[in-house]
Design a protein around this ligand. Sequence first.
Ligand SMILES: CC(C)(COP(=O)(O)OP(=O)(O)OC[C@H]1O[C@@H](n2cnc3c(N)ncnc32)[C@H](O)[C@@H]1OP(=O)(O)O)[C@@H](O)C(=O)NCCC(=O)NCCS
Length: 269
Amino acid sequence: MPPGTVTPVKLWFCPNDELAPELAVALAAHWLDADEQETAGRFLFEHDRRQYLVAHALVRRVLALESGIPEAESVIWRSSRGRPFLQKPAEGLPRGGRQLDFNLSHADGHNVLGVVRRHRIGVDVERLDRGHRSLDVISGTFAREEREWVARAVGRERDRRVLRLWTLKEAYSKGRGLGLGLSFDSFAFTLAEDRGVVSFRPPDDDCPERWRFVELEPAPGVLVAVAVLVGPDEEPVLQLHHGFPWRRAAPEEFVLPRPLRAGPCPCPC
Ligand SMILES: CC(C)(COP(=O)(O)OP(=O)(O)OC[C@H]1O[C@@H](n2cnc3c(N)ncnc32)[C@H](O)[C@@H]1OP(=O)(O)O)[C@@H](O)C(=O)NCCC(=O)NCCS
């Protein structure tokens, strides 16, 4: 890549309310494949089914816009760890290129979908008002320096620190396709007071220089983290879209900064 090449990192933030329930059912009936239909049919609670239908309609709509493959014709396969990938046609994607990676997160009525060309992306969304008890369990999985940083705050600020770290850790491990298979105390973030990653210490098998991170709060009380793997000379620019993508619309744009201090790099990158 020539130095300074701009790499778009596309993000869709779509609350369930953006798609009327009957419309979500109708789109899902036309677009979802047999496995997705079967999964949707297994939910016990209607709100869980609705979340799944909106999330998967969003995935298929965005992949159609980005790849040029119609919604119902995208073939989505999963790795042995459950990470979904778009199957590329041998002749390349109708909208150009061979590579397209995506990652989905859905929680409590909110859906976030990230898409990049050439590289890998991981995303996570969490609400700030999830139960306090689960936050203690979550922070117990963190690296020592992260637990110490969390312990220096109290009340809501403490909860916020736990969830900022958690969303970043999930986004990174999902970007790598490992999900919760990656030990969350094997890597650590140092965060700025309000928002932003100051430094990143990766697990032993990865390099801090390759990753960029961003934290967003696209709606009050909703935290989103994005982790993107980029080439050394690339300038990733995050394009944030709100709502269900019926049509192409101008996104908000943010540059993804490098962590101010990268941890010691184990490879000759
Ligand atoms: C990925 C994982 C961290 C999701 O955590 P979560 O916070 O509950 O859920 P999120 O809403 O953020 O993300 C869920 C989405 O992530 C994606 N996903 C699933 N596994 C993934 C993985 N290994 N890496 C990246 N993304 C993954 C899927 O799109 C999934 O949604 P879908 O199932 O509706 O398609 C967790 O489910 C996990 O660790 N899965 C791996 C399990 C595993 O190792 N299985 C091996 C076979 S037993």
